[in-house]
Design a protein around this ligand. Sequence first.
Ligand SMILES: [Zn+2]
Length: 56
Amino acid sequence: MQVGIIMESIYCRDCSALLLKKEENALQGRVEIKCRRCGTFNDLRPDEPLENNTKK
Ligand SMILES: [Zn+2]
């Protein structure tokens, strides 16, 4: 079994629906993903994981 690959869960910033899971450092550039539930576009950036967002 392989150990050490951490899959990061990315959630919609608007409705918190699960958008995708990715390996750490899988993103090398900016990504936009549209939520299937509410249609919000979420910006993903390599150095700003969405799961660390706090409500403003
Ligand atoms: Zn959503």
